[in-house]
Design a protein around this ligand. Structure first.
Ligand code: AOS
Ligand code: ZN
Length: 385
């Protein structure tokens, strides 16, 4: 049996709090019995994923969706559940003031409001012990001529510089890019190059966040991964998968081979080394499938593709590449991808006192029945609330 401990022992996958709440398309958000009403209930669900997989020790927060009065207490609550609080995600996309932008807005008072929100997020991080502030902006324009592209970049740079001044020595700012949505003509951080240019101007503790669903169809994402790792600026991933748009589906569901190729470059670039700056996070919504098993499945998919990618015989691959052996090199790569690692991963888990099959263990645990019975009344958490 292959020993995957060298690559899996350090693997950590952060879960997004919002994955446990209700979500949907712009047409309908379906409610689900047992959905958390509070951030504490979301943390309890995330802790269940970690308990069964051993791979998901942190939960990302979203401000203001996960706002509480006492963040130190929330940190303690998470610790009591054997997880920690992770990335703090800001939100400047749900307020009327931000109709024409937030950090890029032409009105200084709106820009300041958006900056102040991020400073508040940093205060939250100070109390939760979170290291990463993740900024995703809905800023952009819908029509050619609507905004001054250059001026918006300049204002973005100024706003980010102000926020960055408040990032602590042990903290980081990660800037996520997305080429469309909600803006339809241009977004202000559309691609890795723009994010890279903006964070490079800030300093060492500013990095790029790569959301796998935020690229045009056909984009070679693993190339971007390789390049950002080479430049030392890949800070984090938002993992998910997509068929058409930013679908936020279970990572590895749409294209397992793409996930394999991405993880191969992560390993190749040192992104899974013990001292790696790369944080692996899920950014997903479970609109029609059960949410907790959806997260378990996602974590297992990342683990499986990581295990497979670690099987690539790099020495043989390099020799084939240098010999110009195109088909030989490709065969070495594909051999690893086609290897079924599931029995070895089941054994790996059992050796660590984890269930061989976390999906089956969750189904048999009675957890769903318990939360459905207990979580009655109140307002179910939802994407956007
Ligand atoms: C939005 O498209 C981005 O992927 C964000 O990272 C995230 O999904 C949103 O901010 C919810 O927190
Ligand atoms: Zn994202």
């Amino acid at each position: 049996m292959i020993d995957f401990s060298p690559v899996l022992d350090t693997l950590k996958i952060e879960l997004p709090s919002w994955a446990f709440g209700n979500s949907g398309t712009r047409f309908k958000v379906f409610g689900t019995p047992g959905t958390p009403r509070t951030i504490q209930e979301k943390i309890a669900d995330a802790a269940t994923v970690h308990r069964l997989t051993g791979l998901a020790p942190t939960v990302a927060l979203h401000i203001p969706w996960d706002t509480v009065d006492d963040y130190a207490a929330l940190r303690g609550y998470a610790a009591d559940h054997q997880v920690a609080l992770g990335t703090v995600n800001s939100n400047t996309f749900q307020d009327d003031d931000y109709k024409f932008g937030s950090l890029t807005h032409t009105d200084k008072t709106v820009r300041q409001k958006a900056i102040d929100h991020h400073l508040r997020c940093i205060e939250v991080m100070d109390q939760t012990g979170s290291t990463d502030l993740k900024i995703w902006l809905a800023d952009g324009t819908n029509y050619p001529g609507q905004g001054d592209i250059r001026g918006r970049q300049d204002r973005l740079a100024d706003s980010l510089a102000t926020i960055y001044q408040h990032i602590g020595d042990e903290q980081r700012l990660v800037l996520e890019y997305k080429f469309f949505e909600p803006a339809t003509y241009m977004t202000d951080v559309p691609d890795w190059g723009t994010s890279y240019a903006q964070v490079s101007a800030l300093g060492e503790r500013a990095m790029v966040c790569l959301d796998t669903g935020h690229h045009a169809p056909g984009t070679n994402i693993e190339f971007i991964v390789a390049q950002l790792l080479r430049l030392g600026k890949l800070g984090s991933f938002d993992f998910n998968s997509r068929f058409y748009a930013d679908d936020d589906l279970i990572v590895g569901a749409a294209d397992p081979f793409q996930l394999f190729r991405i993880v191969f470059e992560v390993i190749r670039g040192g992104g899974l080394d013990a001292d790696s700056p790369v944080a692996l996070m899920l950014d997903q919504c479970h609109n029609v499938e059960a949410k907790i098993p959806g997260q378990i499945r996602s974590v297992l998919n990342v683990a499986e593709m990581t295990a497979r990618a670690s099987l690539v015989d790099v020495d043989a691959l390099t020799a084939a590449q240098e010999a110009g052996d195109v088909l030989g090199a490709n065969a070495i790569f594909m051999d690893a991808f086609y290897t079924d690692v599931r029995p070895a991963l089941a054994a790996y888990r059992e050796e660590r006192g984890l269930p061989a099959d976390p999906m089956a263990a969750f189904a048999a645990s009675g957890y769903t029945e318990t939360i459905v019975a207990q979580r009655v009344g109140g307002t179910q958490s939802s994407w956007g609330a």
